[in-house]
Design a protein around this ligand. Structure first.
Ligand SMILES: Cc1cc2nc3c(=O)[nH]c(=O)nc-3n(C[C@H](O)[C@H](O)[C@H](O)COP(=O)(O)O)c2cc1C
Length: 242
């Protein structure tokens, strides 16, 4: 196993940090590693907003006022990844075409590009002993986050990465069995047995921190009700959705 593979397999989210501030040049190094990721047609349809100030972290935290976003307050830097077709609008107009950014494909292009870069950023930081957590809960307040960060038309917040020196390192979280996630040649439908078995694995992993929910009940919480509409509302405001 190479050191890179070992590093990737050692990933675990970090939500509690020491007060150490990561030097800005390190943050730049991690982001430069991140943006080396593959990107759709080399369009690089995302931006990263580096949040370091206590005021902006507070504003982001307050928009949610929820313990689930506490890592924003305690981290050294909070990097917000933004799906971004604002530069694309300029390019399209320069070329005399009619800009038409609304649609599913635009959202997939921008969100996939940003995600690939973000994972690279996190791995780069982990390779130097830092840690972090990707925070998509940000999108529950997409409109407010857009205002706080001054996001223009054709942009939308995707997630943040809270980065810092780990104060607490969790064990590596077990994933679904390989065979439940990776199929040869054709899709293999799964059954309740697989879900039950992984509920057990997750319950055992969580131990005393279990708090009454199971892996599948958290999925039910996500997809057993209508989705939070803050992202849609924001996408409409930013002219990315009709
Ligand atoms: C797109 C995305 C959004 C996430 N959003 C949050 C979040 O808002 N809050 C949080 O605590 N963790 C968040 N996470 C972290 C996941 O909960 C975590 O990666 C998952 O439970 C697996 O644990 P591990 O990263 O320790 O292996 C997010 C992860 C991803 C990829």
């Amino acid at each position: 196993m190479t050191d890179t593979i070992d590093l990737m397999r050692q990933h675990r989210s970090v939500r509690k940090f020491t007060e150490e501030v990561i030097p800005d040049e390190k943050i730049r190094e991690f982001i430069e590693a991140g943006i080396a990721a593959s990107t759709w047609k080399n369009f690089q349809s995302y931006s990263v907003i580096v949040v370091k100030s206590a005021e902006t972290k507070q504003a982001i935290y307050k928009a949610h006022n929820n313990s689930a976003t506490k890592a924003v307050l305690g981290c050294s830097h909070f990097l917000v990844f933004v799906g971004d077709l604002n530069r694309a609008e300029i390019a399209v107009k320069m070329n005399g075409a009619d800009f038409q950014p609304e649609g599913v494909e635009s959202l997939l292009i921008t969100s996939v590009d940003a995600s690939l870069a973000a994972e690279n950023v996190l791995l780069a930081a982990e390779s130097e002993g830092y840690g972090g957590v990707i925070m998509g809960l940000l999108r529950e307040k997409s409109v407010e986050i857009s205002d706080i960060l001054g996001l223009p038309d054709f942009t939308y917040p995707l997630f943040g990465i809270a980065l810092g020196r780990p104060a607490k390192i969790n064990p590596v979280k077990p994933r679904l069995p390989y065979e439940a996630l990776v199929f040869n040649e054709k899709y293999q439908l799964q059954n309740e047995e697989v879900i039950n078995a992984y509920d057990e694995v997750q319950a055992e992993f969580a131990g005393a921190r279990r708090e009454g929910s199971t892996w599948s009940s958290r999925i039910a919480e996500q997809w057993g009700k209508p989705e939070n509409n803050s992202s849609t509302e924001n996408l409409k405001e930013k002219k990315l959705w009709k």
